[in-house]
Design a binder for this molecule. Structure first.
Ligand SMILES: NC(=O)c1ccc[n+]([C@@H]2O[C@H](COP(=O)([O-])OP(=O)(O)OC[C@H]3O[C@@H](n4cnc5c(N)ncnc54)[C@H](O)[C@@H]3O)[C@@H](O)[C@H]2O)c1
Length: 252
């Protein structure tokens, strides 16, 4: 399609939701893609099971992609989870885990992948680093201290990668979605419906999507389309950018 046929990528959190959709989209576009998650997918020879809260897991993600594809052009740091609790009850161990997966893993992927990404920087489309950040990189919500802090932090990382990466032909950006219909959000809808004694439809429009101007969930494939654009030829100029895709959440 776009001259991306030989490129190679790592996508983390690829077994579900947004990461799965991005993996499918990149592969459909001809990008050889290592799908990284907690467990390898039995039917996918290009998948890797590692724990991305460890240094070894992130090092392995880069190394296995290089061993398999001989190059690494694209890193998509996407793996994550949510934990909801007021500050006084927020388990410090959950805080540590959130920072490890949402902030330290993207850093480690860039750290271990830097040499390979600088080699990609000499090729036509350059090296690309994309963090699947969040509207919560730009604004806060109550009870999400760990998530909001880590998602704000990853913007700082991406901006630093963009500035340092300019010399090696690397573009680094953050896609900041509003709510997306994935297991992470479906679990929150069910929990809140129970907690508030409301139907799931009412929870969606009155609680979950209260801050979005448009009361709709994004679909994972729509986020994957935006990621494919940012990782494609037209996306190269987006570096150091936080790109909101949030149905107007952060517009007010
Ligand atoms: N769903 C949304 O509304 C939404 C909105 C904005 C941003 N995001 C972000 O998008 C990303 C993906 O979210 P999703 O909704 O697709 O979630 P999801 O729960 O559907 O998928 C997340 C994946 O990450 C993997 N993962 C988590 N911890 C891991 C670890 N330690 N090691 C290896 N793999 C691990 C999980 O196994 C899972 O497959 C997250 O960073 C999330 O914060 C989601």
């Amino acid at each position: 399609m776009t001259g991306t046929g030989e490129r190679a990528a790592v996508v983390t959190g690829a077994a579900s939701g947004i990461g799965r959709a991005i993996t499918e989209r990149l592969r459909a576009d001809g990008v050889r893609t290592l799908a990284v998650d907690r467990a390898a997918e039995p039917d996918d020879p290009d998948s890797l099971g590692v724990d991305l809260t460890t240094r070894e897991g992130n090092r392995a993600a880069v190394q296995v992609a290089l061993d398999r594809f001989g190059r690494l052009d694209i890193v998509v740091a996407n793996a994550g989870f949510q934990h909801v609790a007021p500050i006084a009850e927020f388990d410090p161990d959950r805080w540590d885990e959130l920072l490890k997966i949402l902030l330290t893993s993207p850093f480690l992927l860039a750290h271990y992948g830097w040499k390979a990404l600088s080699e990609a920087g000499t090729r036509e489309q350059g090296g690309r680093f994309l963090a699947i950040a969040s509207a919560h990189s730009l604004v806060a919500s109550p009870f999400k201290a760990g998530y909001v802090s880590a998602k704000h932090g990853v913007l700082g990382l991406v901006r630093t990668l963009a500035v340092e990466g300019a010399e090696i032909g690397l573009s680094a950006s953050a896609l900041c979605p509003g709510y997306v219909r994935t297991p992470l959000v479906e679990a929150q809808i069910a929990d809140q419906a129970k907690a508030h004694g409301l139907t799931e439809d009412r929870v969606l429009s009155e609680v979950i999507l209260a801050r979005q101007a448009v009361k709709r969930l994004l679909e994972p494939a729509e986020v994957a389309d935006a990621a494919a654009f940012l990782l494609g030829p037209a996306g190269r100029g987006f570096t150091g950018a936080a790109v909101p895709m949030d149905y107007g959440w952060t517009a007010r």
